[in-house]
Design a protein around this ligand. Sequence first.
Ligand code: APR
Length: 311
Amino acid sequence: MRPKISIIGAGHVGAEAALGLVTKDVGDIVLVDIKEGMPQGKALDMYEAMPLLGSSVSVQGTNTYDEIEGSDVVVITAGLPRKPGMTREDLLKTNFEIVKGVCEEVKKRAPNAVVIIVTNPLDAMVYTAYKVLGFERTRVMGMAGALDSTRFRAFLAMELGVSPADVTAMVLGTHGDLMVPLPRYASVAGIPITELLPEEKIQAIVDRTRTAGTEIVKLLKTGSAYYAPGLATAAMVESIVRDLNRVVPASVHLEGEYGIQDVFVGVPVVLGHGGVKRILELPLKEDELAKLRTSADHVKKLQEQVDALLG
Ligand code: APR
């Protein structure tokens, strides 16, 4: 049987994630959205592209949750995106209600699924999902580091005039201005970027990475980014479903790792069957660790807001 992947929220990010998965024949897709006809239309449109893609999975659109039963992976992108002038945190209350409602359905219908949250403010929404679902921490994670890292890699490739595929880099921490790009661990085909770029250039790229989402929001004016977010999500799903053991930063519940307790924050993990197989604890320098902890403190405050909303 092919793996089953349900995507709740068939908007920009959800549809792009679905297309990424269909393109690579990763599994059967169920697109769920509250907008009548929209997920059905997108699913049909995608199915009509399958002869061109050479794919053979099924793609189904629906406005109810019956079809998500038995899902191996559930991706949640349901919720509002940012508009210009908004921070991700401005979305907290509205998206809390949406994510909570979606998770209640997921808990009932797909109790064995691995769940990936994409809705912002990311880390607070993963915490919401974790609380509502009651699943073990290996099966609840947030997609943010995968996106922030691909952005960091893209900007480095742009600056160095090399293929983005040859740049590896990681961004840890929260999905926001307090994220923690790690230049010390970034390289081009194994060459540390600290050997290739002066300090000021690296700093400028780090700063651009931190505000990359806002840069897109300002340009689009009507919503936030979706190509890179959708494909970063698809890559995580693929690693889980195909047991690839890809190393990706993801927002997971830390229970003492990096000296952080009971906070969802982005750290490198190994993704395979069952979700998070391992959390990697990188050796960090004092200042890098301090930034990660500042990031975690910020999320902790948002988690307190979620606790208050949960009552
Ligand atoms: N159940 C299912 N779908 C829902 C629900 C719900 N309760 N509430 C909203 N949706 C759907 C909307 O109908 C919409 O189609 O979620 C979809 C969100 O899609 P977009 O508005 O296109 O937003 P998108 O750009 O995809 O971003 C989604 O991901 O990156 C984050 O910040 C972003 O929080 C935002 C989320």
